[in-house]
Design a protein around this ligand. Structure first.
Ligand code: ATP
Length: 199
């Protein structure tokens, strides 16, 4: 699996639609200070479901929408799509190419799509569990992140190893099953109460 393409429109400094194609090997993005190199990394983080504005170097989620310049009006929405090659089926989805899209409007509405089909944020998280690609994945290492990992809490470091070992999805399923069990246990107690009352 590898990143094939990024399409950005209205996100941060990218008012016009831009398309970046990636090929095998290493790609470097170079440009003057403030030209938008880090914004490309932010766009990838955002489309993968980042919900924390601070992680995207903004104060609120609306800050990702192109805010306008002296010569250009602000835009009303931001849209980012990434296309991944999935010929090795690393992603558990029956497509050889997977495009994930996120859009947000100034009105606050937002949408997520997988291969053009509307989906929930949860579906995006689930698609990328244990691949290292999700918003918490280690495939995006931001400036200062290595320091944060090394000086972070042991539990936080453990999360990184869990993701690499591919056990995150099992841990999530276990937590969901445990919640269900607790609920069923409470229901059972209520049934016993009712039965006792009727005896
Ligand atoms: P450096 O080399 O200094 O790290 P960079 O190339 O990584 O710079 P970025 O940090 O990606 O640059 O881009 C910063 C630019 O993006 C700034 O000029 C800022 O004004 C612009 N920018 C950020 N958010 C928005 C927005 N919502 N609307 C318009 N422009 C924005």
């Amino acid at each position: 699996m590898y990143l094939k393409k990024i399409e950005i429109q209205g996100f941060k400094s990218f008012a016009n639609k831009i398309k970046l194609d990636f090929h095998d090997g290493i790609t470097g993005i170079v440009g003057p200070n403030g030209s938008g190199k880090s914004n490309i990394g932010d766009a990838v983080r955002w489309v993968l479901g980042e919900q924390r504005a601070k992680q995207l170097r903004g104060a609120s989620m609306q800050d990702v929408i192109f805010a306008g310049t002296e010569n250009r009006k602000p835009l009303s929405y931001a849209s980012v799509s990434i296309t991944l090659d999935n010929t090795d089926h690393s992603l558990a989805i029956d497509f050889e190419e997977v495009t994930v899209t996120r859009r947000v409007y100034r009105s606050g509405e937002s949408e997520y799509l997988i291969n053009g089909m509307p989906c929930r944020l949860k579906d995006i998280h689930e698609l990328f569990y244990d691949t290292g690609i999700g918003k918490e994945g280690y495939s995006i290492i931001g400036q200062g992140q290595i320091d944060r990992i090394l000086s972070g809490k042991p539990e936080e470091r453990r999360e990184l190893f869990d993701e690499a070992a591919g056990i995150v999805k099992f841990k999530r399923r276990k937590a969901t099953a445990q919640k269900k069990l607790e609920k069923e246990h409470e229901n059972l107690l209520r049934v016993v109460d009712i039965l006792t009352e009727q005896e």
